[in-house]
Design a binder for this molecule. Structure first.
Ligand code: WT7
Length: 641
């Protein structure tokens, strides 16, 4: 008899679990038969407007869809003031632990006070509605305070992940023309203090817009360079700050933040999100997918520098009045059970992480989680890339003890929140994000817009969490997401739809890598490589990797007069790390005399991927120089490092 494949197993939620869930099965039909009414109902139940909106969805100027137009709104009001004025006032809003063991618990009242003060301080520094404020910070409570303070006064934050390089930060500051940067002295990395401020300073040398820098004292390390007249300490400006700062009444579709993400060109895109639509969407998805209840402690392990952190560490949990936990540090410090130790100590009930982390824990073995009592966990989640069924099963058995449903949530920076995801009423299969969330029309279609079982992953109708545009580049917004199908959103992934209607995401269709759940454009890494004087041309692909999902591999043609050496490989890798950030460093670099190109000059990365992953080389008939492939294939595995 043939053995059942893991991905064919079906796990039905228990009746008790379904019965206690926030979501009811009928909601799918209700939402899908009238999605406008469904989203109106979500907004009515979950968020508070100042002035009521006139129209749920304004689709008069596609693809610039606008939600809840005519209404006025403030995200900070929704996350704080509502709870400050309710019996949630003394509930833990934000719990935090640092790598070196510092703990903070902020109640809704305390968070409200801090945010008000910081919002007043920002205003005093000249920040006004519509201004862009950049942040480059560790995962500390001050980051949450800064975001909510910006939202309060209507300033648009643009957060750059602390692991990005000075150059990446500079590019993003310049694109957003931000006059303010909020950063910190440093952050902890495996017990040592890393000087983040030095990186920020290096970035500021390449920007002309920043006038003021606010620095949080986090590590308290010595040797922090403070520039007279430009840099101020967070605690200094907080000391004299007004204790109340009124909420700016924002248009429902005013921008809340920009978040840069990689696309298929070298220039990252500033994804612009709205206020009312975004908050309604993230609240609704969090409430129904992770089934949050008053007593839950929700831990989303994502860094705030990514969309997952924006939506599900900060905005949605706080707007729902939940307790959100954040950890700033390495997952194996001081030992490999750090995460489980914290989950136990903080009484985490819902845990949401990424496949790359799950695979790492799996490699370390079950003895680490087994040391801890994880019986308080109710629900588990995963996001960032397709999860392989083996890792899914390990997570389900070892962490969830076969009690907890696993929510495999497919979504993107652009979508604001979960799109394709199980909820407590949906049977699971290991490795699939299952079905679209109620009122969300995700589908798989072919070039002729017809439903198919393998094709483009698309969204057929607007949804409230959708991006509004790419900052400063409406044309790129139109071309990237709506250029192919007009009125259908192209996600950039390919997917399979199985006989149960479940969606299995295969991977990107564009030149974008997914390294440990982080998006990187091949073009970005290639352009970093060709900056090196030795390099004439470079092609980067993603090679399957058992922990990272994909690892960047570079094929490099050197200029005449240079020859490949281990030192040069090292130098090139380092340069990419410095230029973009450590996550972008190629795992291996291969020097070659030629790259496979079509006659029109496009690099055929698919063929390079075949070589890197040890497959027989695919069809080379369209190549300008078929011999190029033999050259590379012969070398691969020999000289590569
Ligand atoms: C891309 C979006 C959304 C927050 C994290 C990443 C891939 C994301 C899944 C999943 C399969 C997934 C897709 C998507 N992806 N979640 N559950 N299953 N693939 O956000 O950096 O905007 O990347 O990540 O390829 O397009 P992002």
């Amino acid at each position: 008899m043939e053995q059942t494949r893991l991905e064919d197993l079906v796990f039905k939620p228990s009746e008790e679990f379904v019965a206690q869930a926030n979501i009811k099965k009928e909601m799918y039909d209700e939402a899908n038969s009238d999605y406008i009414a469904w989203w109106a109902k979500q907004a009515a139940e979950l968020v508070t407007f100042f002035k009521p909106y006139k129209q749920v969805l304004d689709d008069s100027n596609p693809p610039f869809y606008r939600w809840f137009t005519g209404g006025t709104f403030n995200v900070s009001y929704n996350c704080l003031d509502r709870h400050y004025n309710s019996d949630k006032r003394n509930k833990a809003a934000l719990c935090y632990e640092s790598e070196v063991g510092k703990k903070v618990i902020m109640t809704y009242r305390e968070l409200y006070v801090e945010v008000n003060k910081f919002a007043s301080a920002l205003k005093k520094l000249g920040v006004k509605k519509g201004d862009r404020v950049n942040m480059y910070m560790p995962m500390i409570p001050e980051q949450a305070v800064a975001m909510l303070a910006c939202a309060r006064i209507g300033a648009i934050h643009s957060i750059v992940f602390g692991g990005f390089s000075a150059d990446s930060l500079a590019d993003r500051i310049n694109d957003a023309t931000a006059k303010w940067l909020i950063t910190a002295d440093g952050n902890w990395r495996k017990g040592a203090a890393f000087n983040l401020k030095a990186n920020a300073d290096a970035a500021l040398e390449k920007t002309t817009t920043v006038e003021k820098v606010i620095v949080v004292k986090n590590t308290g390390q010595d040797g922090i360079n403070m520039v007279e007249g430009r840099d101020v300490w967070y605690h200094d400006i907080m000391a004299g700050a007004d204790k109340y700062c009124p909420c700016e009444e924002m248009e429902a579709d005013a921008p809340l933040f920009l978040l840069y993400t990689s696309g298929s060109t070298g220039k990252p895109k500033g994804i612009q999100h709205s206020t009312a639509g975004y908050l309604t969407y993230t609240c609704s998805t969090l409430k129904y997918v992770f089934d949050l209840k008053e007593t839950d402690v929700f831990w989303c392990t994502a860094d705030i520098g990514w969309i997952t952190g924006h939506s599900y560490v900060i905005y949605a949990p706080l707007a729902l009045g939940m307790t959100t936990f954040m950890y700033d540090g390495t997952i194996d410090y001081p030992d490999k059970d750090r995460m489980w130790d914290m989950a136990e100590r903080w009484g985490v009930t819902v845990f949401y992480t990424a496949p790359t982390a799950i695979r790492t824990y799996m490699k370390w073995g079950s003895s680490y989680p087994d040391k801890h009592d994880l019986s308080q966990l109710r629900i588990l989640g995963t996001v960032g890339e397709p999860i392989n069924p083996e890792a899914w099963m390990w997570y389900y058995k070892t962490i969830g003890k076969e009690r907890c449903q696993i929510m495999d949530t497919w979504w993107q920076t652009e979508t604001g929140g979960f799109m394709c995801t199980p909820t407590p009423v949906v049977p699971l299969k290991p490795g699939t994000a299952t079905i679209p969330f109620p009122g969300v029309f995700v589908d798989v279609i072919d070039d002729n817009r017809q439903p198919t079982n393998r094709g483009y992953l698309v969204v057929k109708k607007p949804w409230p969490g959708m991006l509004m545009t790419i900052y400063g580049d409406n044309d790129r917004y139109k071309a990237t997401y709506w250029g192919k199908f007009g009125d259908i959103y192209l996600a950039g992934d390919s997917a399979i739809k199985d006989e149960m209607g479940y969606i299995w995401v295969i991977g990107r269709i564009d030149d974008v890598l997914n390294v440990s759940g982080h998006r990187l454009g091949t073009a970005e890494i290639e352009s970093a490589l060709v900056e090196c004087q030795e390099v004439a041309e470079a092609a980067v692909i993603g090679k399957k990797h058992d922990v990272k999902g994909e690892a960047p591999v570079a094929f490099v043609i050197l200029k005449d007069g240079y020859s490949g050496s281990p030192e040069l490989i090292d130098k090139l890798k380092k340069h990419v790390g410095v230029k973009i950030g450590p996550i972008a460093r190629p795992d291996s670099i291969l020097f070659t005399g030629a790259l496979p190109k079509t006659r029109s000059g496009k690099i055929m990365r698919r063929l390079l991927k075949d070589i890197a992953e040890g497959r027989a080389i695919g069809d080379v008939t369209t190549l300008a120089d078929p011999g190029a492939m033999q050259d590379i294939a012969g070398k691969y595995g020999k000289d590569e490092d």
